[in-house]
Write a protein that binds this ligand. Structure first.
Ligand SMILES: C[S@@+](CC[C@H](N)C(=O)[O-])C[C@H]1O[C@@H](n2cnc3c(N)ncnc32)[C@H](O)[C@@H]1O
Length: 227
């Protein structure tokens, strides 16, 4: 298998067929216009609010991923839809080997300029391919921005295929019973819809951890690959 640790950046053959154009334009514009936290965080929060929002979620993620890191055998983490790379950099600082991708060229350019260890690519949830599997695949506040159900399912299945056996897929959404569209760029799916896609692929729903940020109803769904 190719050594995933030898180059600085990643390329991906499928990057040209990215997220649908309207969504991609929305996110790229937002990444160009907003600061590093508001672009991928909560658009209506001020800077301190977004600092708290990111810090709380990072703490929650570290609780889920575990507090061990080992230089000789680091965890391989994929941050899918990484935005400007806030979580990717933080996890790299914690000793993990991080690959990260996003459909927005502006976000990826910003993330690359920040450096800090992760390797970045421009790609979409459905296009990303990797010759190696990951211990942890994260997808934070991305899937409920995929409006088309078929694209959502295809992206989710692709992410699932990248998780090694006993590894985890951590995706953010509500823990609800209904499909809930909110405006032009959000559709929350029921937990059962995630299970329906992931169970047949050998990923079992093991936990829902709420963000615990103010009245925000979102949280991390953890799926563990059992076979
Ligand atoms: C709310 S931001 C979250 C960014 C990052 N995960 C974070 O929490 O800081 C949503 C991100 O998803 C990306 N995105 C949306 N649809 C995507 C897709 N189909 N494939 C890859 N990235 C996508 C956007 O470009 C944007 O950077």
């Amino acid at each position: 298998m190719a050594d995933p640790t030898t180059t600085d950046d990643l390329t991906n053959a499928g990057a040209s067929t990215m997220a649908d154009d309207r969504t991609r334009t929305y996110w790229n514009t937002r990444h160009l216009e907003r600061d590093d936290l508001a672009s991928g965080g909560h658009i209506s929060l001020d800077r301190p609010g977004n600092e708290i929002f990111y810090a709380l979620r990072l703490g929650a993620l570290l609780t889920l991923i575990g507090d061990l890191s080992n230089q000789r055998s680091p965890l391989f983490v994929l941050d899918a839809g990484c935005g400007k790379g806030h979580f990717a950099r933080a996890l790299a600082r914690c000793g993990h080997r991080v690959d990260a991708f996003d459909a927005s060229p502006a976000a990826v350019a910003h993330a690359r300029a920040e450096g800090g260890g992760p390797r970045y690519a421009e790609a979409s949830l459905t296009d990303w391919r990797s010759p190696w599997l990951y211990d942890v695949v994260l997808c934070v506040d991305v899937l409920f921005h995929v409006m088309d159900d078929a694209q959502w399912a295809a992206g989710l299945r692709n992410l699932a295929s990248l998780v090694r056996v006993t590894g985890r897929l951590i995706v953010a959404d509500q823990d609800g019973n209904e499909r809930t569209p909110l405006g032009d760029y959000i559709v929350h799916r029921p937990t059962a819809a995630y299970r329906r896609e992931l169970d047949p692929l050998g990923l079992r729903h093991t936990l829902f951890k709420p963000y615990g940020f103010r009245e925000n109803p979102l949280g991390f769904h953890v799926f563990t690959r059992t076979r």
